[in-house]
Design a protein around this ligand. Structure first.
Ligand code: ATP
Length: 268
C-alpha cells in the first residue's frame, strides 16, 4: 500500500508558502530520493508524509487512509522520520532510553521491547554505546542512534533526511547495510539528500523539486539525463555520470558499472 500526496500545499504560520501543490505516490518497497536546492520544499514535503506537518490544503494518505485526523505519534508508527540533525530528534539521556522511548510510549510488552531494541542496536551498530549519553558521542554515531531509534519501531516507511552528511566511509558502509536490510524486509525508504553519488548507487527513483514544486519524477537515469531538471533543481550530476557525458557516452548512465560497460573493448 502506498503513501499518496494529492496537490498537497503547505504554508508556515508566518505565511511562507513552502510547498505549492505536490502530487505523487510512493509504493511498497520503493527506494525514492527527493532532491533539489535548499529551500525547494523537500523537508516540508516529507514532514507532511509522516504527520509532523498537516497540509494547508490537499491530502495525504498512508495505506489508502487519510492521515489528517491522526496524531503525529500515530502516523509515526507507520512512517518513521530520521531528522537531518540528530540533536533535533534525540532527547534521551542515554542511548538505551532513547531506543526504548517508542516501545514504552506504545506500551509494548517487555519481550517485544527488548527484542526490537536489541535488533535496532545491532542494525545501527550502536550496541557498545547503550549506557552513554548521546550528547557525549561523536556526530556520526549520534546519527546512528537517531536511525536506531526509528528502526526500533515497526514502520513500513522510513524517511531519512540527509543520512550521508557527516559520515565517513565506515559510516557510509554501515548505512548501506541498513538500507539493504530494509529492502530485504520490503520497507520503503525515502531520502532527502544532496549526495548524488548516494542517489545513483542506492535509489531507484528520483523526485526533483524546485521552487516548492515537483519538476521531475522518474528513474535515476531519466532524471539525471534531463539538462533542464539538473539546471532548475541545481543538481550536481554524480561524477561518473558527468564523466560518461564528457566522453560522449550514454547521457543517462549514472553508475560505474554502466559506464564501464559502455567503454570500447579493451578500455574497460
Ligand atoms: N519553520 C518555518 N517557518 C517559516 N518558513 C519556513 C520554516 N521552515 C522552512 N521554511 C521555509 O520554507 C521553504 C521550504 O523549506 P524546506 O525546509 O522544506 O526546504 P528544503 O528543500 O528541505 O531545504 P533544505 O535542503 O535546506 O533542507 C523555505 O523557503 C524555507 O525558508
Amino acid at each position: 500500500m502506498p503513501i499518496e500526496l494529492t496537490d498537497a500545499r503547505f504554508a508556515y504560520p508566518d505565511g511562507t508558502l513552502a510547498v505549492d501543490g505536490v502530487t505523487f505516490t510512493i509504493g511498497d518497497g520503493e527506494r525514492v530520493a527527493i532532491v533539489g536546492q535548499n529551500g525547494a520544499g523537500k523537508t516540508t514535503t516529507v514532514k507532511m508524509m509522516n504527520g509532523l506537518l498537516k497540509p494547508t490544503s490537499g491530502g495525504v494518505t498512508v495505506d489508502g487512509a487519510d492521515i489528517s485526523g491522526r496524531t503525529t505519534a500515530s502516523v509515526a508508527r507507520d512512517v518513521g522520520y530520521v531528522f537531518q540533525n540528530p540533536d533535533d530528534q534525540i532527547f534521551g539521556s542515554d542511548v538505551q532510553g532513547e531506543l526504548e522511548y517508542m516501545p514504552r510510549y506504545h506500551r509494548w510488552d517487555e519481550a517485544k521491547r527488548v527484542e526490537r531494541v536489541r535488533r535496532a542496536a545491532l542494525m545501527a551498530g550502536i550496541g557498545n554505546f547503550m549506557d552513554l549519553n548521546p550528547n557525549d558521542l561523536p556526530f556520526a554515531i549520534k546519527k546512528f542512534v537517531a536511525i536506531g531509534a526509528i528502526l526500533v519501531g515497526e514502520c513500513r516507511y522510513v524517511i531519512l533526511d540527509e543520512p550521508t552528511a557527516g559520515l565517513d566511509r565506515r559510516g557510509l558502509r554501515l548505512l548501506g547495510r541498513i538500507l539493504d536490510q530494509l529492502r530485504e524486509e520490503g520497507i520503503t525508504v525515502i531520502t532527502i539528500t544532496h549526495d548524488m553519488r548516494f542517489v545513483a548507487e542506492t535509489f531507484d527513483r528520483v523526485i526533483a523539486m524546485a521552487q516548492r514544486r515537483v519538476i521531475a519524477d522518474g528513474t535515476v537515469e531519466e532524471v539525471f539525463a534531463r539538462d533542464d531538471v539538473v539546471e532548475r533543481a541545481k543538481l550536481k550530476r554524480p561524477e561518473i555520470s558527468q564523466l560518461a557525458r564528457d566522453l560522449g557516452l550514454d547521457a543517462g548512465a549514472v553508475r560505474f558499472d554502466d559506464v564501464l560497460g559502455l567503454l570500447p573493448a579493451g578500455r574497460g
